[in-house]
Write a protein that binds this ligand. Structure first.
Ligand code: SF4
Length: 461
């Protein structure tokens, strides 16, 4: 293996228009600039609106995900947006209308209708999500009418997801498109009543490495039943039972707060934020859930579970904590809930967090992140690779937590990397996940490989 890494010199200056999106804790005044479209030409790490929608909906395991657009958009598949299923595997296929020049000139509605008919005839799915892409938005195909007619023809849900990539420079708009689609899917048919239950829904959990199964196991031990997760390891039939839950847990707030607030408005289901990344977060979340039920037996079982699990994992966490003393970390992830969880987890391991950023954080979420960091730490919204590179070098980062687009950058700079991407296969949730996470931080931050690498940091010093 060639361990030499050739890199360009560190970028010296930031793009002027980006200055408001970067803050140094203790030095910067005012609010960080966020929730705006990405700056054209700044090479944002964000994905497009269509990808935002696909991230949310793709884990519905038995639905067909049909991309109305050129074949290139359909490369965003299960391989990129991974999630585990306990049964159906339909979601691992990628269907596309494969629009060509002719369709773009004369319109793609007929082709789309024919594709839906063919898919239904061959696969008989319970639902089809039809995603619009840039080209479809430009030529103005009437997705809503085509889907409506297909629904009547086939007697299943054919749901348009209005996610043309150019609609916004912020993939959060794609989360909203997915949320609208989910609200349509779970709406009970006329005359059909979903009976209320004592079960809960778990929103913003995508079961990448089996996280939903871990939480389901804890809930069962506490005496609580999970109704359905949105959308990890879900099925169309299970999602349709969602209005019967008595509580919505929300983990990924960026993608699911809208759904939770809509379900509160339409079905009267209250919601609470939870977080199962890290031992302390897990313990706090389980206790919060138990308190909601207010049942003494549930609270007793919860305390027993938390105490048992914390004592079980304590020696492992302590062992890794000793090895990680003095390490410095950077975090760059999609949503602020994940960044906050990572800060807490890394702090539990004695790691100092010197850079934190997100693709989609909101003003109040950045205020919360800032409150968790020490003076001198950098906060960045919607970063680009040049900024990440600059901060990794300047802040002398040993280990970075991020997604697929940050992984290569970190490795090229001789920085350890903790994978929090959509295609991750290791479970990082719950008490067992906290140990997996600590092991991963240790193995990458303390890997002997970095000693043999001529790092850019050495070059520039
Ligand atoms: S929807 Fe647009 S931006 Fe997104 S992948 Fe397709 S062409 Fe690219």
């Amino acid at each position: 293996m060639n361990m030499d890494c050739t890199v360009s010199p560190a970028p010296e200056a930031l793009i002027e228009e980006r200055q408001g999106s970067i803050q140094t804790k203790g030095k910067s005044k005012g609010h960080i600039s966020c929730t705006s479209d990405s700056l054209a030409g700044a090479v944002s790490q964000r994905a497009c609106v269509y990808c935002g929608a696909r991230v949310v909906l793709n884990p519905v395991t038995d639905a067909v995900h049909l991309v109305h657009g050129p074949i290139g958009c359909a490369t965003y598949t299960w391989d990129i947006r991974g999630s585990l299923s306990s049964g159906p595997e339909m979601y691992r296929n990628s269907f596309s209308t494969d629009m060509k020049e002719r369709d773009i000139i004369f319109g793609g509605e007929q082709k789309l209708a024919a594709c839906i008919d063919e898919i239904v005839a061959k696969h008989n799915p319970p639902a089809v999500f039809v995603y619009s892409t840039c080209v479809v938005g430009v030529i103005g195909d009437d997705l809503i009418s085509v889907c409506k007619e297909a629904t009547l023809r086939h007697g299943i849900d054919v749901i348009p997801v209005e996610s043309s990539g150019f609609k916004s420079g912020n993939k959060v708009v794609g989360y909203r498109a997915a949320a609208e689609a989910l609200m349509k899917l779970i709406k009970p048919a006329e005359g059909h009543v979903i009976e209320p239950t004592k079960k809960l829904n778990f929103l913003g959990e995508y079961n990448l490495g089996g996280e939903m199964w871990v939480v389901k196991k804890y809930l069962r031990e506490m005496g609580i039943e999970l109704n359905v997760a949105f959308t990890g390891d879900s099925t169309v039939a299970a999602l349709k039972q969602a209005p019967g839950a008595c509580l919505n847990l929300v983990q990924c707030t960026g993608s699911m707060h809208y759904v939770a607030s809509q379900m509160e408005k339409v079905y009267g289901i209250p919601y609470m934020d939870v977080n199962f990344f890290g031992a302390e977060n897990t313990a706090d979340s389980l206790r919060k859930i138990a308190a909601f039920y207010g049942d003494e037996e549930i609270m007793r079982r919860t305390e027993a579970l938390v105490e048992r699990e914390l004592s079980r994992i304590r020696p492992d966490i302590e062992r890794y904590r000793k090895k990680l003393a003095g390490k410095r970390a950077a975090i760059y992830v999609g949503g602020a809930y994940k960044a906050a969880a990572l800060i807490r987890q890394l702090k539990e391991l004695g790691v100092e967090i010197v850079v934190t950023g997100t693709q989609t954080g909101k003003k109040e979420e950045y205020e919360n992140l800032s409150s968790l960091l020490s003076n001198g730490a950098i906060l960045v919204d919607d970063a680009n690779p040049a900024e990440i590179e600059k901060f990794l070098r300047e802040m002398k980062v040993d280990v970075m937590a991020g997604g697929v687009k940050e992984r290569v950058l970190a490795y090229k700079l001789g920085v350890g990397f903790i994978d929090h991407n959509h295609d991750r296969k290791e479970c990082l949730a719950g008490f067992e996940g906290a140990v997996n996470f600590a092991r991963e931080v240790y193995t990458t931050a303390c890997s002997p490989v970095w000693k043999h690498l001529k790092t850019p940091r050495e070059v520039s010093l």
